[in-house]
Write a protein that binds this ligand. Structure first.
Ligand code: NAP
Length: 244
């Protein structure tokens, strides 16, 4: 019998874990797709690069005989997630979104929750002059006009201009609590900007902020239409087993 072909859209640590665990599921052939936004991904992909919007993805699904789609992209990667949902519905194949839960505010956290980078940039000057900007490299430009502030910006690969004033730190997590505390103290950081990505790998900065009583401007998850959604790799595997 022909194995089911699963298109797994990666970009999160959960996608990597799912891909590794699916090696044991012999009834399914996994096509692991990455955007190609980092030059040295942690894992080998079956294919790299965009599909060309919804139309391109629909065409790809039909051409490659894809039977199932799991979208395990990052919770802030809304464009590809919307494309995946639309394309799967258009072709009529089962679709699942695997997305980790957001972080919840804990006692001792001083979060200022905002809807967008624009809103974050508007309130930052009231919160401090030395900012730890941990939002990756794509949206740095939204803070580039804040000349009165100084930014420590951490990301995996070098950004393109416009870049806010400050220093760029190229590093890839996970980071330990001790590392984060030392970093915040060494650079005399007064406020942190973070997306509410969820997960363990980058949570230490949130713990460090709590410990040092620093405010965190927390960018909320972008809204997403109702979809078939799970929050853990185990649940994604259960979903898959039911369909095989
Ligand atoms: P995005 O705005 O949703 O997607 C931009 C375009 O990249 C998509 O329209 C699609 O191109 C292509 N793309 C994205 N993921 C893909 C995949 N797995 N396979 C093939 N093409 C893909 O996403 P983004 O925020 O730029 O993020 C790009 C990638 O980095 C995503 O895979 C995401 O999971 C990962 N990532 C994002 C963040 C974040 O904070 N945004 C953080 C960590 C990792 P076409 O329209 O041409 O198909």
């Amino acid at each position: 019998m022909r194995r089911k072909r699963l298109l797994l859209l990666g970009g999160s640590s959960e996608a990597v874990e799912l891909q590794q665990r699916l090696r044991q599921l012999t009834q399914v052939e996994v096509i692991f797709s990455l955007a190609g936004s980092v030059s040295q991904p942690r894992v080998e992909a079956s294919r790299i690069g965009g599909f060309g919007g919804v139309d391109g993805l629909v065409e790809y699904i039909r051409r490659e005989g894809i039977d199932l789609l799991i979208d395990a992209t990052h919770p802030f990667a809304v464009k590809i997630s919307l494309n995946a949902l639309t394309a799967a519905n258009t072709v009529g194949i089962p679709h699942l979104q695997l997305v980790r839960l957001p972080w919840e505010k804990q006692q001792g956290d001083n979060w200022i929750e905002v809807e967008s980078h624009q809103e974050a940039a508007e309130i930052l000057p009231q919160l401090g002059e030395r900012v730890f900007l941990t939002i990756g490299r794509q949206e740095l430009g939204k803070y580039a006009h804040l000349y009165q502030l100084w930014f420590l910006m951490r990301m995996i690969e070098s950004p393109s201009p416009p870049i806010p004033p400050g220093e760029i730190l190229l590093a890839r997590g996970p980071f330990s609590l001790q590392q984060e505390i030392e970093l915040l103290q060494r650079y005399r950081i007064q406020v942190i900007v973070s997306k509410n990505s969820g997960g363990e790998a980058t949570y230490a900065k949130i713990l460090a902020a709590r410990q040092l009583s620093l405010p965190v401007v927390m960018i909320k998850r972008p809204p997403f239409p109702p979809a078939n959604r799970v929050f853990t790799v185990d649940a994604a595997i259960d979903w898959l087993r039911q369909l095989l």
